[in-house]
Design a protein around this ligand. Structure first.
Ligand code: SF4
Ligand code: SF4
Length: 183
């Protein structure tokens, strides 16, 4: 494994050795969004094994890494216990840092940012802050708007956020761990 290979960096960051994948396909067969992915999970594992630069570039430009729900079905089915969600997490960060986010995945990235904005503002997730932030930044102002009254009546949406006690401590933690990933 060459130190310049993406598979080497994946192993360094996540501890997952993609070379252990023997292409049984169980991850792909169980993936709930596999049908919508341009590269299925087992294909990505094979491409990582190849060490081919063009394949690595294709992975970072794919929509698959952004469609992954981190449901861990693949991980639980893998006979080699390879943590694919963790690998995808690393690939998302790298894709974002290198400006290679798939153009069809921009709303997903906006949602990730809005989630972090909402948590940063209140110290915990407030759904209304998340929804408003996402709608403003994505431009999808009326998407799913008809669901709001029912969600509110079932107590799933709260108008005012709850705040945590140690806001300063949380702000420090957030700055150290997440802020640099958002910019
Ligand atoms: S964690 Fe991602 S890749 Fe794995 S099964 Fe779930 S959606 Fe598919
Ligand atoms: S389930 Fe595991 S061994 Fe099988 S193809 Fe997927 S990653 Fe490879």
């Amino acid at each position: 494994m060459d130190k310049e290979d993406l598979s080497f960096k994946v192993r360094q960051d996540t501890g997952v050795n993609v070379r252990e994948c023997y292409q049984c396909g169980k991850c792909t067969a169980g993936c709930p969004v596999g049908e919508r992915m341009d590269l299925r999970p087992s294909v990505i594992m094979r491409m990582l094994q190849s060490g081919d630069t063009a394949s690595e570039e294709e992975i970072l430009l794919s929509n698959s890494i952004w469609l992954c729900l981190t449901c861990e079905t693949c991980y639980s089915r893998c006979p080699m216990e390879l943590d694919i969600p963790k690998v995808f997490d690393y690939l998302r960060e790298k894709s974002y840092a290198e400006g290679k986010v798939n153009s069809q995945s921009s709303d997903i990235v906006t949602f990730h940012k809005s989630f972090l904005n909402a948590v940063e503002r209140n110290g915990r997730l407030h759904e209304m802050t998340l929804i408003l932030d996402y709608k403003i930044h994505s431009g999808n102002l009326f998407q799913d708007i008809t669901l709001a009254p029912e969600m509110y009546s079932k107590g799933k949406l709260h108008l005012l956020p709850e705040h945590i006690k140690d806001k300063k401590g949380f702000a420090r933690l957030f700055k150290d761990q997440f802020k640099k990933r958002k910019s």
